[in-house]
Design a protein around this ligand. Structure first.
Ligand SMILES: Cc1cc2nc3c(=O)[nH]c(=O)nc-3n(C[C@H](O)[C@H](O)[C@H](O)COP(=O)(O)OP(=O)(O)OC[C@H]3O[C@@H](n4cnc5c(N)ncnc54)[C@H](O)[C@@H]3O)c2cc1C
Length: 445
């Protein structure tokens, strides 16, 4: 389809912000319904959390998701505009008012780490404190020849504050790095993906090394609730029976993680203060907590200090603000959670991580609990017969937002050509000709 010379019937043109799982799925669906999708992606590569957030040992899943995103973005009717950040390179208001797009789908993910709730603690970022998103980004890319980002040192006895899937991955990353480095020092070739798939005790055994002899204490995850409440397995509105099963599944998952990766867990501990020495964060003060009627409460007088050379906060990710999108707390302000309709912004909808600020675990209406427990434990590399977490399929529910988007205004041929001229100018600026050539020129190193 040639937008510059479009001379057919009026059509819907949907602007999509973000080209990863959610954005590319939405684009393909828009095109399938006979409309036009223009996908603005801030990066050169459109893989989002799949490339930069999902730890790199999920190599088969990543590849599968890359292929699906590539297929979606190469579809007839989908126009991919990389290296274009909405809010910087083009304003949302321009897309809505000047080009009159039928609708905007916000598929820009959740990339802002939720701040650790200790006053003034962010002054220690890089001085004893790190956040999850840059840490996992580093882990996924530091071995690449072209990596120019910040370098982090993984230190023994690091502590992680969290409780969700991503925080479990963070403690795993720390221990995998620590044990790989110690084994390499002894002259053993270690591949991080193999270490993750087989587990630390098994790889040590294969090399005739007793893990205890390496003198590594390992990382500890601190969670404000108990292990049986960890959101590593979830269900929508579980019955009391399902909830009881979920609790057992969560403990089983976490105990397997601890055995396989030698990480530690401390529940009922909420971060309450910073321990600072010589301008550096050297640990955290925790409140001891209890859960009463589902609510976390501090147990008076039971606080304790934990010293650590490195603290990583992994308490969730939320969307970055975009000028023109109203926010409510940490999220965008939605009038309808089903379609993701943004309040008082007709024709603008959120989907994927943008909507919830967290991962959309594949759900099944009939059997939600079993499925999420299995998918989650596969992702953590500890599912029954786990194959390194390659079985899950990252899913986002795009249909309601796309359906709603296709109720927006129609663009006549002249208006479509005007959008086409804008896309062509942007493509000329960045040197984009077609998807395949662009991706070949922007391979991961
Ligand atoms: C450790 C881990 C385990 C997970 N396990 C599961 C699982 O078991 N099952 C499951 O379904 N999901 C799982 N997920 C979640 C899954 O990876 C995410 O839900 C999904 O990849 C998010 O896709 P997205 O398209 O919504 O967001 P993202 O992948 O974050 O994509 C957003 C895109 O928008 C772009 N962007 C951002 N801002 C702008 C802007 N202003 N202009 C233009 N472009 C912009 C970004 O560059 C990015 O490419 C997991 C995630 C992690 C990290």
């Amino acid at each position: 389809m040639d937008l510059l010379h479009y001379d057919s019937q009026p059509t819907h043109v949907v602007g999509i912000i973000g080209g990863a799982v959610a954005g590319s799925e939405a684009a393909a669906l828009v095109a399938e319904k006979g409309a036009i999708a223009v996908v603005f992606e801030q990066g050169a590569r459109p893989y989002g959390k799949i490339e930069d957030g999902l730890p790199r040992w999920h190599d088969k899943l990543r590849q599968k998701e890359y292929e699906r995103i590539d297929a979606n973005l190469s579809r007839e009717g989908v126009f991919f505009v990389p290296n274009t950040k909405v809010g910087e390179d083009v304003q949302l208001a321009t897309l809505c008012k000047e080009y009159g797009l039928s609708a905007i789908l916000l598929a820009n993910g959740a990339w802002r780490d939720r701040p650790l709730p200790i006053e003034g603690i962010d002054a220690y970022v890089g001085r004893g404190l790190l956040y999850q998103n840059p840490f996992v980004y580093w882990f996924n890319h530091y071995h690449e020849a072209g990596y120019r980002g910040p370098q982090y040192e993984v230190l023994d006895r690091a502590i992680v504050v969290g409780g969700g899937l991503a925080s479990v991955d963070v403690v795993k990353v720390i221990n995998l790095e620590l044990y790989a480095a110690a084994l390499r020092k002894l002259g053993h070739e270690i591949d991080i993906t193999e270490l993750e798939v087989k587990g630390i005790p098994k790889i040590c055994e294969d090399h005739g090394v007793d893990p205890a002899s390496l003198g590594i204490h390992g990382a500890t995850l601190y969670y404000r609730r108990s292990m049986e409440e960890m959101p590593v397995a979830t269900a929508d509105d579980p019955t009391p029976e399902q909830l009881a099963k979920l609790k057992v599944a969560r403990v089983k998952i976490m105990e397997r993680v601890m055995r396989k990766y030698l990480v530690h867990f401390e529940g009922n501990a909420a971060p309450a203060g910073a321990i600072v020495e010589d301008g550096r964060l050297v640990g955290l003060r925790f409140d001891r907590t209890e859960v009463v009627d589902g609510r976390v409460r501090t147990v008076a007088g039971a606080g304790f200090d934990v010293r650590a050379p490195l603290v990583i906060s992994s308490i969730g990710s939320v969307p970055e603000p975009i000028a023109g999108i109203p926010t409510r707390g940490e999220l965008y302000d939605y009038a309808d959670w089903k379609t993701g309709a943004v309040r008082e912004r007709q024709g603008i909808f959120g989907l994927g991580n943008v909507l919830t600020g967290q991962g959309n675990i594949k759900d099944s209406r009939q059997n939600a609990m079993e499925i999420t427990a299995q998918v989650a434990s596969d992702f953590l590399g500890v599912g029954e017969g786990a194959d390194g977490g390659t079985r899950g399929r990252v899913s986002v529910n795009v249909e309601p937002a796309v359906e709603a988007a296709l109720h927006g205004r129609w663009l006549d041929a002249a208006a479509v050509r005007k959008v086409g001229a804008f896309v062509a100018a942007r493509h000329a600026d960045i040197g984009y000709t077609d998807y395949a050539s662009w991706m070949a020129a922007h391979r991961a190193e």
